[in-house]
Design a protein around this ligand. Structure first.
Ligand SMILES: [Zn+2]
Length: 74
């Protein structure tokens, strides 16, 4: 991992010598690297949301069993 005050751009691994306020893109070396990382992060989030939104097969089977159980509705 990083030692001391040395910083690396999380996107391109280049040394980042300046933080806030001199470098408004810190901890990234540039606005471009900041944008790349943000885009990657958003893609990950969308994938997680999409996966969680779809019920898994076990849940669907459980719901269908419950709907077909006559005792549930008597
Ligand atoms: Zn960079």
């Amino acid at each position: 991992m990083l030692r001391g005050m040395a910083r690396q751009c999380p996107t391109c691994q280049r040394a980042v010598s300046q933080g806030w306020p001199e470098n408004p893109s810190a901890p990234f070396c540039s606005g471009r690297c900041k944008g790349v990382d943000l885009g990657r992060w958003l893609n990950e989030s969308y994938r997680v949301v999409a996966r969680d939104a779809a019920p898994d097969e076990a849940t669907v089977a459980e719901l269908e069993r419950a709907l077909q159980d006559p005792k549930r509705w008597s």
